[in-house]
Design a protein around this ligand. Structure first.
Ligand SMILES: Cc1ncc(COP(=O)(O)O)c(C=O)c1O
Length: 383
């Protein structure tokens, strides 16, 4: 039971995931926002049910020690078991969510100057940089590149021109890439030449899929970097609001501790409780999830080969979010066309303004729905 993934029926999904399913009319299949059509791990449900039963609905405690255990200790255990990463105690700060953590880092911990964002990117990266009053410097991936790699020459040019922060999604959404240690070392060496800081959004780190790719925590390579992580994406709990900002530098922790409470207060006590249950007690469920996604990733390739043979997709090494190049079908906005045929995928231009013919497709659903999603997309593009 602990290691099983339970699919929601359509009506369960519609009730449980009001953002993902509520945004589409009855009959349309949602494959856009990053939520999974699966019930949470039983350890998380039990912990939450217990807490709600005890009336634990107040403000969260200061610091990382929630009513059902220590969030940081639970995360450190997870990092050690899964990545062999020994994170020292005291390195994490609880934040409301990953985007809040990035905002906190930009506002209070990163050097002034423009922020480099590799494109295509998770769309809030562009928003949060703008909200922080920073100029963005974009480094775009060549859509025709065989492998999705960071263009270090372009990052260097941005640093030459004054940028001092790199916002790196690792593993990358929507590229689907897990950066190798050597790649991250090259990023670190470049940043060091310019006294630049790397903010690594590592929310997808628990979702590295079978097949050889290995997650390297950015701070394990560069102790001056910053990482933001949460259980929310891989354990399907984003509504609970709880993430962790990680720094190995004392001056960062002092700077955060000196901030007024309202600068960082967006997490919930239930988010902390779910976090402890996720990081500490849900390994079997996570293993089953990765195996499930591995099969679905294979299914997706087969469905595309059969129904949309001109689609191009690089190997999906992590996440359940497939980045698909449909330019060969000559449609600038396949996502809008898809909606007319009963499927909602995320439009590529949300991830890179001006980039035509791409979509991001969420495979974390049932095998039957995934097949139907591709079938409808194919009808839209080939009708
Ligand atoms: C790369 C990345 N960062 C952050 C988030 C959102 O995280 P949160 O809800 O904790 O802000 C997502 C959600 O899909 C994501 O893909």
């Amino acid at each position: 039971m602990a290691g099983q993934i339970r699919d929601y029926t359509d009506s369960e999904a519609r009730a449980a995931l009001p953002c993902k399913w509520g945004a589409v009319p009855e009959g349309t299949l949602p494959a856009w926002v990053a939520e999974m059509d699966y019930a949470p791990a039983s350890a998380i449900t039990a912990a939450l049910n217990g807490a709600v039963g005890r009336g634990v609905l107040g403000y969260p405690p200061f610091g990382g020690h929630g009513p059902d255990g220590d969030l940081e200790a639970a995360f450190r255990g997870f990092a050690e078991r899964h990545w062999g990463w020994s994170l020292p105690a005291g390195a994490t700060t609880v934040v409301g969510d990953v985007v809040d953590g990035i905002r906190l880092a930009l506002d209070h911990l990163c050097p002034p100057g423009p922020v480099v964002i590799p494109l295509p990117c998770y769309p809030p990266f562009r928003e949060v940089v703008e909200l922080a009053g920073r100029e963005a410097r974009y480094v775009a991936l060549d859509p025709d590149a065989e492998r999705a790699e960071l263009d270090l020459d372009a990052v260097r040019t941005a640093f030459d021109e004054g940028a001092r922060t790199l916002l790196l999604c690792s593993p990358h959404n929507p590229w689907g890439r897990v950066f190798t240690r050597a790649e991250l070392e090259a990023v670190r060496d470049l940043a060091a030449q310019y006294d630049a800081r790397v903010v690594a959004d590592e929310i997808h780190a628990p979702l590295v899929l079978p097949g050889g790719a290995k997650f390297t925590p950015y701070l394990d390579v560069d102790p001056t970097g910053l990482s933001v992580l949460s259980h929310s994406k891989s354990f399907n709990t984003p509504g609970l609001k709880c993430a962790q900002l990680i720094s190995l530098r004392d001056d960062d922790r002092e700077a955060i501790a000196a901030l007024p409470h309202s600068a960082n207060h967006g997490w919930s006590v239930l988010g902390m409780i779910a976090g402890v249950a996720a990081w500490r007690d849900s390994d079997l469920w996570l293993l089953a999830l990765r195996q499930r996604l591995d099969v679905l990733r294979e299914d997706l390739s087969e469905h595309l080969a059969e129904r949309l043979p001109q689609a191009r997709m690089r190997p999906l090494e992590a996440t359940y979010l497939a980045w698909i190049d449909l330019r060969a079908y000559g449609v600038s906005d396949p996502a809008t066309l898809g909606r007319k045929h009963g499927v909602r995928v995320a439009p590529g231009h949300d991830y890179q303004p001006g980039l035509d013919g791409h979509v991001r497709l969420n495979i974390a659903t049932s095998a039957d729905r995934l097949e139907e999603i591709v079938t409808r997309l194919a009808k839209a593009l080939t009708a």
